[in-house]
Design a protein around this ligand. Structure first.
Ligand code: SF4
Length: 218
């Protein structure tokens, strides 16, 4: 099993080289490994496309890059800045609330602990894992819809709910791949193993894939 996973990872590393990196990685390239900006970008990306979210992030970060600057924005200003990412009222509230919490409880710095992040209103496991993994280098598996779908299609896990996939992957995926798994599968999911009708005919990892649940493919 170990070699087989390592073959998939090596192949995906090579095959994804030409693809755009996922949002959080794009934020790191543009702004450096800033835990606060990674957290804010993750919150903005919920139910939004990466291409739109990066645009909204750039607009927002031109006005606020620290929790103090974020809370200094009026609610109306904040809503206007994040409007294009959708669910703007909820997102503006979440951004304001986490910023207040970081200032009041953590001295203005994003906490390194996953539990502390999860205790913040509006921060779920996907966001908490991505922040601690990418900003602090802690081995965690960030499971989003792409990771859930492709891990199941490959036959590596057998889970119905996204919430169960993290635990299932922790049991079978070598720890050295935990952080990277999200990046590789998000890029694969956006470009090849798409939700509807995946491109199995041109898939570099097809030889290892059980194609579980795939009924229509290109
Ligand atoms: S073979 Fe098809 S289902 Fe399997 S990973 Fe590739 S695109 Fe996805």
């Amino acid at each position: 099993m170990m070699n087989y996973i390592s073959d998939i990872v090596q192949t995906l590393r090579h095959a994804t080289k030409k693809f755009s990196v996922p949002l959080a990685d794009a934020i790191i390239v543009e702004y450096g490994k800033d835990p606060y900006l990674i957290l804010i970008s993750c919150l903005l990306s919920l139910r939004a496309k990466d291409a739109m979210t990066i645009h909204v992030c750039r607009k927002l970060f031109a006005h606020a890059r620290t929790p103090q600057q974020m809370v200094a924005l009026s609610r109306a200003e904040l809503e206007k800045l994040v409007y294009q990412s959708g669910f703007y009222k909820n997102k503006a509230r979440a951004l304001h609330n986490v910023s207040v919490e970081i200032i009041e409880n953590y001295g203005g710095k994003v906490p390194r602990s996953k539990d502390a992040l999860l205790a913040m209103k509006g921060v779920g496991p996907k966001t908490a894992n991505l922040v601690v993994a990418l900003a602090f280098g802690q081995p965690e598996i960030c499971v989003d819809t792409h990771v859930h779908r492709i891990s199941n299609r490959l036959g590596l896990v057998h889970t119905k709910k996204v919430e169960d996939t993290e635990e299932a992957l922790r049991m079978m995926l070598p720890k050295k791949y935990w952080i990277e798994w999200n990046k590789l599968l998000v890029m694969w999911g956006q470009n090849v193993c798409t939700p509807q009708s995946p491109w199995c005919s041109r898939c570099a990892v097809r030889q290892w894939c059980k194609r579980v649940g795939v009924t229509k493919a290109r």
